[in-house]
Design a protein around this ligand. Structure first.
Ligand code: ADP
Length: 204
């Protein structure tokens, strides 16, 4: 099962992706995590993207596309994956389609978590405060000013990706303001209703 998880920053994509990973045994491919790893390792790519991420802006499309293309070729992604944080632009969505087509595969579904902006701002303040109170490092881009930039970038560059997938008939929207377990159940229900999965379970 090949999935994309969409939603604004702070919508709970990471939390839900982890829960989908457990339930469906497919890896979570988070471009944010992959890029933060490159930064932590101090690779050439990491050094190039660090300041962009710290400002809450988007890393260039070609960089992220090549990171994802390399990652989906790993053996653990052979039976599927859930992409978290990618695609974030229509250019990335088109590039993903091409990369998948070149491998003879395609997406089964796109799941979107819908959360309004006021709720997102509350959440992100909470996330930064909780991490600080546990003595954990706070992500450099989890402060209110940078978060405003991330929301702006989302509105301008990522929101059109929703329409891209809607027009392809792949989009499933779930209200991300509900309790975590309810969101997971609704995402799972959307997946259970997918025609591609029903055909597969009839074959088995
Ligand atoms: P969020 O909590 O906003 O969903 P992520 O962990 O997914 O954050 O991403 C953190 C940062 O990494 C982004 O603000 C951006 O700078 C960079 N990034 C992650 N994914 C992409 C992408 N697909 N395209 C461009 N930049 C990305």
């Amino acid at each position: 099962m090949r999935l994309v998880l969409l939603g604004p920053p702070g919508a709970g994509k990471g939390t839900q992706a982890t829960r989908i990973v457990d339930r469906f045994s497919i890896p979570q491919l988070s471009t944010g995590d992959m890029l933060r790893e490159a930064v932590a390792e101090g690779t050439e790519q990491g050094l190039r993207v660090k300041h962009i991420m710290d400002r809450g802006e988007l890393v260039p499309d070609d960089v992220v596309v090549s990171v994802v293309a390399g990652r989906i070729d790993h053996s653990d992604a052979a039976n599927g994956f859930i992409l978290d944080g990618f695609p974030r632009t229509v250019v990335q969505a088109e590039a993903l389609d091409q990369e998948l087509a070149a491998r003879g595969i395609k997406l089964d579904a796109v799941l979107e978590l819908e959360v309004d902006e006021d709720a997102l701002l509350d959440r992100i303040r909470g996330r930064a405060e909780e991490a600080a109170s546990r003595g954990e490092p706070v992500r450099p881009d989890d402060n209110p000013e940078v978060f405003e930039t991330r929301l702006h970038v989302y509105r301008e560059q990522t929101a059109p990706v929703t329409e891209y997938y809607r027009s392809k008939g792949l989009l499933n929207i779930v209200d991300g303001l509900q309790p975590i377990v309810v969101v997971t159940e609704q995402l799972a229900a959307a997946l259970a209703a997918l025609p591609s999965l029903q055909i597969r379970s009839e074959i088995q």
